[in-house]
Design a protein around this ligand. Structure first.
Ligand SMILES: Nc1ncnc2c1ncn2[C@@H]1O[C@H](COP(=O)(O)OP(=O)(O)OP(=O)(O)O)[C@@H](O)[C@H]1O
Length: 344
């Protein structure tokens, strides 16, 4: 029985003096959604190319359904590649073909007869919400619709793994959400394993169960997304991704911020709070029950996995032993950024 759909063991890849992959190891379980995030140059593209056999690591192994693709001859590699569906940032659709013919392309290459191909394309068009668009050309579709076609094409040959390379980076925020929801739906309905390569934490936050953070060719974090969002990040790069989306703290505040508590100092904390009808009036409770005044120093909105959240940096004045416990309950990812004079 296959326990891990994909296993990367000590993969290394260098280009001249440049290390693109440095001893990369991780596993992906069947049915999992894994988000791989990293800054530009971190090694994501090289890893993706190694995963689909376009590139071979200099050393290490990559096993897909227990077959080591780093040693397979080209003919067998083609078979393993059929187990992987690719979704691209710029869709890579052929405008000379209809939507249905684009979806059928991988099946045509694999020699599947025309009537079976068309039946599969119709099935997939329904799955991605594009019934009725079969005979259009990609050029007649919106960006989000094009990506739906890209996803349908990637699914055509019943892959075991869907590799999405910055699949939403060319889309506006609303369309991004609808595509991520579609991927989550496909994962649930088909039990399909998905790997998303991205540089956006929001993408991971929204659908990935696990996060892998790459930096300078290394995996610096491999954890459950929920754990990282609760404040359990192990590495600075992960924390930078988590908070990089929120505006940088104002320089005047940074200049006053000291790392350790001091007499007359007030903590500055970053809170992520639920909004809307389900949200607790955290700051009111803090004042009424705990006698703590919270001054908002910075605030913004962030997209959570299921709903919008408010992210704010506040200075807490007053003292109450239960206050921090209460805040941690309301915002499990609460982070104490430092201390400033209480009267500042
Ligand atoms: N074919 C190549 N020849 C030379 N150097 C390369 C090649 N491919 C990648 N590199 C180098 O390897 C490192 C990792 O690059 P890679 O493209 O994998 O990173 P990335 O995380 O995908 O970045 P981006 O988000 O900008 O695409 C970089 O320093 C890059 O310059």
């Amino acid at each position: 029985m296959v326990t891990s759909l994909l296993r990367v063991e000590h993969a290394c890849r260098r280009f001249g003096g440049q290390t693109a992959l440095d001893d990369v190891s991780f596993q992906v379980r069947p049915g999992e959604i894994l988000g791989i995030i990293g800054r530009s140059g971190a090694g994501k593209t090289t890893l993706l190319r190694c995963l689909n056999g376009l590139e071979r690591p200099d050393s290490g192994r990559i096993l897909i359904e227990d077959r080591d693709i780093t040693t397979l001859p080209e003919r067998e590699l083609v078979q393993v590649r059929r187990r992987i569906g690719l979704v691209f940032q710029h869709f890579n659709l052929l405008n000379s073909r209809t939507v249905a013919a684009n979806i059928e392309l991988p099946l045509q290459i694999a020699g599947v007869p025309r009537d079976k191909r068309r039946a599969r394309a119709d099935e997939l068009l329904e799955l991605v919400g594009l019934t009725g668009h079969a005979d259009k050309r990609p050029g007649q579709l919106s960006g989000g619709q094009k990506q739906r076609v890209g996803i349908a094409r990637a699914l055509a040959a019943h892959p075991a793994l869907l590799l999405c390379d910055e699949a939403t980076s060319a889309l506006d925020p609303e369309t991004t959400l609808s595509i991520l929801d579609l991927l989550r739906d496909i994962n649930r309905r088909l039990g399909l394993t998905i790997i998303l390569i991205t540089h956006e934490m929001d993408v991971i936050r929204r659908i990935a169960q696990r996060i892998l953070v790459m930096d300078h060719g290394r995996v610096v974090e491999d954890a459950e997304t929920a754990q990282v969002l609760r404040g359990g990040a192990q590495h600075d790069v992960t924390r930078a991704f988590l908070h990089g989306e929120s505006a940088r703290l104002p320089d005047a505040l940074l200049a006053r911020l000291r790392p350790d508590p001091f007499a007359g100092g007030a903590p500055v904390v970053r809170l992520t709070l639920d909004t809307g009808a389900t949200g607790t009036p955290v700051l009111s409770i803090l004042a009424r029950r705990h006698g703590i005044d919270a001054t908002i120093l910075q605030a913004g909105m962030a997209e959570g996995r299921t709903h919008m959240q408010a992210e704010c940096v506040v200075r807490l004045s007053g003292h109450d032993d239960g206050a921090m416990g209460f805040l941690l309950q309301a915002s499990p990812s609460m982070e104490v950024l430092g201390y400033v004079p209480a009267d500042s």
